[in-house]
Ligand binder design. Structure first.
Ligand code: GDP
Length: 314
């Protein structure tokens, strides 16, 4: 196959943004389109917060906090502290001052009648990002977690307020049946020479994207290869609740369970060198070093993945 021209990536937050950063280092950034989970989005103090969109925007703009992988670097929390100290607003969801500027402007544009896709495109342009950053849909389709002890929790209540401690027995994507594939998302996927699924949490970050009516069919009908990268390394998640949720849902914490989850959509799977070699049935697979602990390794994984897929015979 010729060198990939256009690359579309289904992506969540911090784990996915590492691969995004690697891709941006090895291909012209205007060839990259990211289709981003918005199941984590919520409203806080009247502001629309889109954590995964923001993590990716800040990463590609070189603004991300390198310690956490989310939020803006060298940010302060003057507003949040004032809210807590003077107005007794519980500061459970951290909002930096610079970060607040993003939420203010996005909410202003949404109130003005722009869609989330349009508002995001305006933010992306002003941050001088040349890649397309596309919300998975414009409708709100929040991820809800049915927990054993506390019933159904909204995503941020589960993830941030409760530090993903509650055991999960089911996950649903509220109102996803009303969500639509935007023209921009459809175009990015149909024009792509390669579609990647980032090593994001399959259940919390990728499942909401796949729940949009028509998304699975579109992905399974693409002529372009669709390739997922494992978020599971050496029998565990690198970070976050992926492995914990897999256990709670009765799945084995193995890369092969991730590949099985994407069956029917993916044609290839990038496993990690540290995992036991597995049988991926009819999928093409390769074992690479997928642990992206620095910028060089992010770029190396992106390049090796593209080289591997590029070597497939047509
Ligand atoms: P979140 O929305 O911020 O939780 O981030 P994502 O859903 O995008 O990513 C979380 C997933 O990324 C977890 O399952 C991690 O195991 C995975 N992850 C994080 N860092 C790495 C890495 O360096 N390599 C690989 N292969 N997976 C990673």
């Amino acid at each position: 196959m010729a060198l990939a021209r256009n690359i579309a990536v289904l992506i969540g937050g911090v784990g996915g943004a590492k691969l995004a950063s690697g891709l941006a280092a090895v291909v012209p950034t205007e060839r990259l389109s990211f289709i981003v989970n918005t199941g984590d989005d919520f409203w806080r103090l009247g502001l629309k917060i889109c954590p995964d969109l923001d993590t990716l925007m800040y990463t590609l703009a070189g603004l991300v906090n390198p310690e956490s992988g989310w939020g803006v670097k060298a940010d302060s929390t003057v507003a949040l502290d004032f809210l807590a100290q003077r107005y007794q607003v519980e500061p459970w969801f951290r909002l930096g001052d610079k970060d607040l500027a993003t939420h203010l402007l996005r909410t202003h544009w949404l109130n003005d009648g722009r869609s989330l896709t349009e508002a995001t495109a305006c933010l992306v342009k002003r941050l001088a990002i040349r890649s397309a950053i596309l919300p998975m849909c414009d409708e709100e389709a929040p991820t809800m977690l049915d927990t054993v002890a506390d019933g159904e929790l909204g995503f941020q209540e589960y993830f941030v307020k409760r530090s993903w401690a509650p055991a999960v027995r089911a996950i649903r994507h509220k109102n996803c049946e009303r969500a639509k594939l935007s023209a921009q998302v459809r175009r990015a996927l149909t024009r792509a020479d390669i579609v990647l699924i980032a090593p994001s949490n399959p259940w919390l970050s990728i499942a909401p994207i796949l729940a949009i009516p028509g998304m699975r069919d579109l992905l399974s009908q693409l002529a372009a290869p669709v390739v997922a990268v494992t978020p599971i390394i050496a029998g565990d998640a690198v970070k976050g609740p992926t492995a914990k949720i897999m256990r709670e849902l009765g799945l084995q914490v193995r890369a092969s369970a991730i590949a099985r989850y994407y069956r029917g959509i993916i044609s290839g799977f990038v496993d990690d060198l540290r995992n036991e070699p597995a049988d991926f049935a009819d999928l093409r697979s390769i074992q690479l070093d997928t642990l992206m602990i620095d910028q060089a390794r992010k770029a190396a994984l992106a390049q090796a993945t593209l080289d591997w897929v590029g070597s497939w015979s047509p």
